[in-house]
Design a protein. Structure first.
Lengths: 417, 250
């Protein structure tokens, strides 16, 4: 039986209410503008509750959620083991004057888990730890310049923006060098032109930018970059905020066979509890110790307890492989449906972080229409961003997703597209 | 603010709105009904363009090779001062047409100023509101292209714009597109079905409120009053350029 078209009346009402007192109504990646809700009427704007792989919006519609809060939900919403660990710690204390030793337990677990980690330093968001990583690299090298790869996202701070971003000063970005992903010759030339000036290379483990197929590093790319950094005294920073623990429990650098000097984690670290971590090599420990950085909630104990439970459970489940397998099963089903209806669906990136694109229309309008038809029937996909698979996703969820994807393709055909 | 970019905006976007004014305003058409004259501005270190007035219609072209009245300007700053009414243009060619400059042309630019910097009272008149909003739309589309091509920060945004038509439209009102090619934007003041991305405002009232900064575009995306689609990275980068339009046109 075909899935019904969902109604979002209450979402619309609440958005109008929000817009009166909150800039943009809902700002950032969860909002309709940055979240590319095209058309906005097809999307829910507020959630009521969540469980496992689902969330329910305020109109009572259930969604199989492939954005997972843009990554944090890796074990399933309200995972009982993580929530129980958090509950127990909350009873003991959370945001206290002296930190809990659970912080040490968490750091030890990360050092044991992440291949390139000799220490762990905690904060709250991905942006916190990418910013601390860059400051650490600059403090250690006494250099200014940073290499980025076009299509990157490393947070919201001025240092990682482009010059045209509102409120960003030229002085804040003029030491930034933006290079093309996978272009080894360009990187080599840049190191030669800026001998002794480059503090750090900062990159995601593979290119998972928006509006374009995601791209893996060429064979030997990371080894080449690693060597250039070693030869030039430059710190290699891996931003594993998005991909972390969905490729390799030991870090995405480990997946690609090299070691970062600094590696940043957030999203999947504690299954939705608010914590991020910068892990690094021993030789950078003094440099990060010397930074003046802190935050009111950075050493709160509950997220640490949740993070320990999350990592232990991810290890027990062999989570990265589990998610890759689930993502592959979904990808196979989606491809089959697209073929059945005569569309050319491209799926890129690692299956646990898959990116979708209907290649029949390079403007992405057809793709946006298909994603909207999926949304209307209860699948939360996005048209612009990679997706996230979580461990609670069942075979039945995947089957229902594939079924709805087929209904969405059929709807496009009915529209003559 | 980059004076050279402002000079390009002033010539090709501000004075570049005169053809649209002459097209939609009977009052403007009356000023040029029996005219056959062309006025070229050539700015040292900046833009050069000619306005052709031919029997009730007006068009603009780049360059001054075919103009009857030629006005050389010593610098971008000087040209910007002329547009701002703080300096006087002095022609070096076409003295027999000087009457057009002091007469019909001045009336036209005064009328354009009235529509582009309208009083609240004028906007209460529906017809004036409609004309003013159409001209604002024309001006903004033109200014986006000039900033993308000339402003150092705008060029950063343009460097990320992939090739293809970016349609900008007001439902029930004007439509235009920016043709992106090799990170250069060209404004084309006609509608197109063959676009790569689109940004459409739901009506003239909303467009006006956005132009005047009275409502927020991001919020309007959420309410569905601003519709976007297609290659959103084009729209994202155009929006970054739009942020700079208000700085230049303030």
């Amino acid at each position: 039986m075909a899935h019904p078209i969902l109604d979002h009346t209450k979402s619309r009402e609440q958005f109008a209410r929000a817009a009166k007192v909150i800039p943009s109504g809902v700002y950032g990646h969860l909002g309709p503008a940055e979240g590319c809700f095209i058309p906005v009427s097809a999307y829910p704007q507020f959630s009521d509750r969540a469980q496992g792989s689902y969330f329910w919006d305020i109109d009572g519609n259930r969604y199989i959620d492939y954005m997972c809060a843009y990554g944090p939900n890796i074990l399933g919403y309200n995972d009982p083991d993580v929530d129980e660990a958090a509950r127990k710690q909350r009873e003991k204390g959370d945001c206290t004057t002296a930190p809990s030793t659970v912080m040490i337990d968490f750091a030890e677990l990360l050092v044991d888990t992440v291949a390139s980690a000799d220490w762990a330093f905690f904060a709250k968001n991905g942006n916190d730890v990418t910013s601390i990583a860059v400051r650490t690299a600059r403090a250690y090298t006494h250099r200014k310049k940073l290499i980025f790869f076009k299509g990157y996202y490393h947070g919201i701070s001025p240092w990682c923006q482009k010059l045209d971003n509102a409120g960003v000063l030229e002085e804040e970005v003029w030491n930034n060098i933006y290079l093309d992903w996978n272009n080894e010759a360009q990187i080599e030339q840049t190191f030669a032109e800026h001998k002794g000036e480059i503090a750090a290379v900062i990159a995601q483990p593979y290119m998972h930018g928006n509006f374009a197929d995601n791209t893996f590093p060429k064979p030997g790319f990371w080894q080449k970059v690693r060597k250039l950094c070693d030869d030039n005294g430059t710190v290699l920073i891996i931003d594993d905020v998005r991909a972390g623990f969905r490729m390799d429990i030991a870090g995405s650098d480990h997946y690609f066979g090299f070691e970062a000097d600094l590696i940043c984690f957030c999203k999947a670290l504690a299954n939705g509890y608010n914590v991020s971590a910068l892990c690094g090599k021993d030789f950078l420990k003094n440099a990060v110790s010397g930074l003046s950085v802190t935050g009111s909630y950075w050493l709160s104990a509950v997220p640490f307890a949740a993070g320990i439970a999350c990592i232990e459970k991810m290890k027990r489940l062999n989570c990265p492989q589990l998610l890759i397998d689930k993502g592959q099963k979904l990808a196979d089903g989606l491809k089959e449906q697209s073929k059945k209806y005569g569309y050319d669906l491209h799926i890129s990136g690692i299956p646990s972080l898959f990116y979708l694109r209907l290649a029949d229309d390079p403007s992405l309008m057809l793709h946006q229409a298909w994603i909207a038809e999926c949304q209307k029937r209860g699948i939360f996909f996005t048209s612009h961003h990679n997706h996230f698979v979580n461990a609670s996703l069942t075979d039945e969820d995947i089957a229902e997703t594939v079924e709805i994807a087929g209904e969405a393709f059929a709807a496009l055909r009915e529209q003559g597209r | 603010m980059d004076q050279r970019t402002l000079a390009y905006i002033n010539l090709f976007a501000v004075l570049g709105t005169l053809p649209e004014l002459c097209r939609i305003s009977p009052e403007a058409q009356a000023y040029i009904r029996n005219q056959n004259v062309s006025v070229g501005f050539t700015v040292k270190g900046g833009p050069a363009g000619t306005l052709f007035f031919e029997h009730g219609s007006c068009r603009m072209e780049e360059g001054v090779d075919n103009c009857m009245v030629k006005i050389p300007v010593a610098s971008c700053e000087k040209f910007n001062a002329i547009i701002d009414g703080k300096a006087t243009p002095i022609p070096v060619k076409g003295f027999t047409k000087i009457g057009f400059l002091t007469g019909a042309f001045t009336k036209l630019t005064d009328l354009l100023t009235r529509y582009l910097r309208p009083s609240e009272d004028d906007l209460k008149d529906d017809r004036f509101f409609d004309t003013s909003t159409r001209l604002m739309f024309h001006l903004i589309v033109g200014a986006v292209a000039q900033i993308a091509n000339e402003d150092p920060v705008g060029q950063v945004s343009a460097s990320y714009i992939v090739d293809g038509k970016i349609r900008v439209a007001i439902a029930g009102g004007p439509a235009a597109y920016l043709q992106a090619k090799n990170h250069v934007l060209t404004p084309v003041y006609e509608d197109t079905d063959d676009y790569f991305s689109v940004m459409e405002f739901c009506d003239m009232r909303l467009a006006r409120a956005l132009f005047d900064g009275k409502v927020n575009a991001v919020t309007c995306v959420g309410t569905g009053q601003v519709r976007m689609g297609g290659m959103i990275s084009q729209i994202d980068n155009v929006n970054r350029i739009l942020d700079r339009v208000s700085m230049y046109l303030a």
